[in-house]
Write a protein that binds this ligand. Structure first.
Ligand SMILES: [Zn+2]
Length: 153
């Protein structure tokens, strides 16, 4: 060990965060807020339909193809494959319909969720940009090649 390394901050091992428990909690709360508002339920109780849908979502989350590195469900491109089309639609309706209400009831959680989805959007944007850049570079290279060939003739 060098003398200096004693004073340098230790490198933290990269840890993969398991976001599933947090996300489950957030989804449960969102369902409760939605069900209370739309189906007249109160407290911890949800109507049978929401209870069933929530149960499906919870079990599917455990089997997420991404494992614990999963993105949040309402931003995942596999929601329909994962939950089934009808249930995915109902799930997304619930998740999207009461953003405003969630901000009032659980502001900090909502903001965190918003940041998470922004992160997902940003990652997607970056991926798309990379793909676009690659395509452009290819195009350019192809053009350059055809130019060279023309010049040779
Ligand atoms: Zn309900």
């Amino acid at each position: 060990m060098s003398f200096l390394s004693k004073f340098l901050p230790k490198k933290k091992p990269v840890e993969i965060k398991n976001n599933i428990p947090k996300e489950k909690n957030s989804i449960k709360k969102t369902f409760a807020v939605y069900c209370h508002a739309h189906h007249g339920t109160t407290g911890d109780k949800l109507c049978p339909k929401c209870t069933a849908l929530l149960a499906t979502v919870m079990t599917r989350m455990n089997r997420c193809r991404y494992g614990i590195t999963k993105p949040i469900c309402d931003r995942c491109e596999f929601t329909a494959q994962c939950f089934g089309e009808r249930q995915a639609r109902e799930f997304l309706t619930i998740m999207n319909s009461n953003r405003g209400r969630m901000y009032l009831k659980h502001p900090i959680m909502s903001i965190k969720h918003k940041f998470l989805s922004m992160g997902v959007d940003y990652a997607r944007y970056e991926q798309q940009k990379k793909r676009d850049d690659k395509a452009k570079a290819k195009e350019k290279a192809a053009k350059g090649r055809s130019k060279e060939q023309k010049e040779k003739k």
